[in-house]
Design a protein around this ligand. Structure first.
Ligand SMILES: Nc1ncnc2c1ncn2[C@@H]1O[C@H](COP(=O)(O)OP(=O)(O)OP(=O)(O)O)[C@@H](O)[C@H]1O
Ligand SMILES: [Mg+2]
Length: 161
């Protein structure tokens, strides 16, 4: 089950506005896997998603903490950045399942290092750089929950594709 949804944004504000719409509809147990080069906009997207959840605490890159939890929104946000752990991520016992199968939504930057431990039903977002401040965002759903969320997002934010 794979369905793709594509967007183009022209600024970080546009990326965050789209992310905020997703933040309004995500549900407990949702998992969002983010990929794209350094500086593509994964953390920027997560900040917008947090805003859509009603989180007011500033969201920063969890590069050193690896996992940061925000509890002041509609549901908790678990923001992870696996980059610093790299290949060691799967051996580190950071209690990933507590997050993936918890009450909140998990957002994982550099999820490739952790892929085998991440639930199969997940939303994936790949961000690529375009001209200037442009970004291309490509969402894919890999299971029924993620597919449902993608359809809701498409209704809220129709694309021209
Ligand atoms: N259209 C856009 N969408 C998102 N970010 C943009 C856009 N245009 C410019 N930017 C800028 O690009 C940078 C993206 O940085 P960000 O930290 O979000 O990247 P990242 O993918 O999380 O990188 P890392 O892999 O290092 O964690 C920010 O400075 C942001 O303001
Ligand atoms: Mg980041």
């Amino acid at each position: 089950m794979t369905q793709a949804l594509k967007y183009e944004t022209a600024s970080s504000g546009e990326t965050q506005a789209l992310a905020a719409r997703l933040g309004e509809i995500v549900q407990s147990g949702d998992v969002l896997c983010l990929s794209g080069d350094l500086g593509a906009g994964k953390t920027t997207f997560t900040q917008g998603l947090a805003r859509g959840l009603g989180i007011e605490e500033p969201v920063s890159s969890p590069t050193f903490t690896i996992i940061k939890e925000y509890d002041d929104g509609r549901i908790p946000l678990y923001h992870m950045d696996i980059y610093r752990l790299g290949e060691a991520a799967v051996q580190e016992d950071l209690g990933y399942d507590e997050y993936f199968y918890g009450e909140g939504v998990s957002v994982i930057e550099w999820y490739g290092f952790l892929e085998e431990l991440i639930p199969e039903d997940r939303l994936e977002l790949h961000i690529t750089l375009a001209e200037g401040d442009g970004r291309r965002l490509r969402f894919t759903a890999t299971g029924p929950h993620a597919t449902a969320r993608l359809k809701e997002l498409e209704q809220l934010c129709p694309t021209s594709h």
